[in-house]
Design a protein around this ligand. Structure first.
Ligand SMILES: Cc1cn([C@H]2C[C@H](O)[C@@H](COP(=O)(O)OP(=O)(O)O[C@H]3O[C@@H](C)C(=O)[C@@H](O)[C@H]3O)O2)c(=O)[nH]c1=O
Length: 185
């Protein structure tokens, strides 16, 4: 398992060691000890999985305190562009994002700490997306930011006209009108 730091403090990419043989492959998809050594101290309490077709954009989502969530995200089938936006008030990288292609092929994972908004767009015909969270889902705490806010400057790689979004996501506010999060909470 190789851990790669990104330009935003706290967001890391995990590259697992994949053992391929004539039967297929094996890899450790989550290892608490390795994550802890890499500074990921989250205690994950919920696993989620979603399936989406090409152009589906889910995000950018987060939960307000005290229900903020760290997430460890990966793709089981297909490929997505996964994006984490720093919305930690006072962070030196506030408003900046990390965008990484995650796929069933590269088996990369992204760790997104509390204090970030998260979303992804599907680049393949379909994608199965799986992730761990360290806090309960709380509908009343759900928040989000408009994925195509020019202030974020995210290159989603797929034209806006092709995006498939939930009505909820189409109504999300711009970053300037969003609720920011406190560092470390
Ligand atoms: C996120 C979530 C949703 N749900 C329900 C609510 C709703 O009826 C249905 C679909 O919910 P959503 O439309 O919010 O699903 P989705 O748009 O996939 O939401 C997810 O998007 C990605 C980008 C994230 O980062 C996640 O944290 C989560 O916000 O599932 C749960 O029961 N538990 C959960 O943890």
């Amino acid at each position: 398992m190789n851990i790669i730091k990104t330009k935003v403090d706290g967001v890391v990419i995990i590259v697992p060691k994949v053992f391929g043989d004539t039967r297929g492959y094996f890899f450790e998809s989550w290892k608490a000890t390795a994550c802890r050594e890499a500074g990921i101290g989250s205690t994950f309490i919920q696993d989620n999985e979603s399936k989406s077709c090409f152009g589906v954009l889910r995000g950018l989502h987060y939960q307000a305190a005290p229900y903020t969530q760290s997430k460890l995200v990966r793709v089981v089938v297909g490929a997505v562009l996964d994006v984490a936006v720093d919305i930690r008030r006072g962070s030196p990288t506030f408003g900046q994002h990390v965008a990484v292609e995650l796929s069933g092929e590269n088996k990369r994972q992204m760790f997104i700490p509390r204090g970030f908004a998260h979303g992804f767009v599907v680049l393949s015909d379909e994608a199965i997306f799986a992730y761990k969270c360290d806090n309960d889902y709380m509908p009343s705490a759900e928040r989000g930011i408009c994925a195509d806010d020019p202030a974020l400057g995210i290159d989603w790689r797929i034209d806006r006209e092709k995006w498939v979004m939930s009505p909820k996501d189409q109504a999300l506010p711009m970053l300037a009108n969003a609720e920011f999060l406190e560092i470390g909470k």
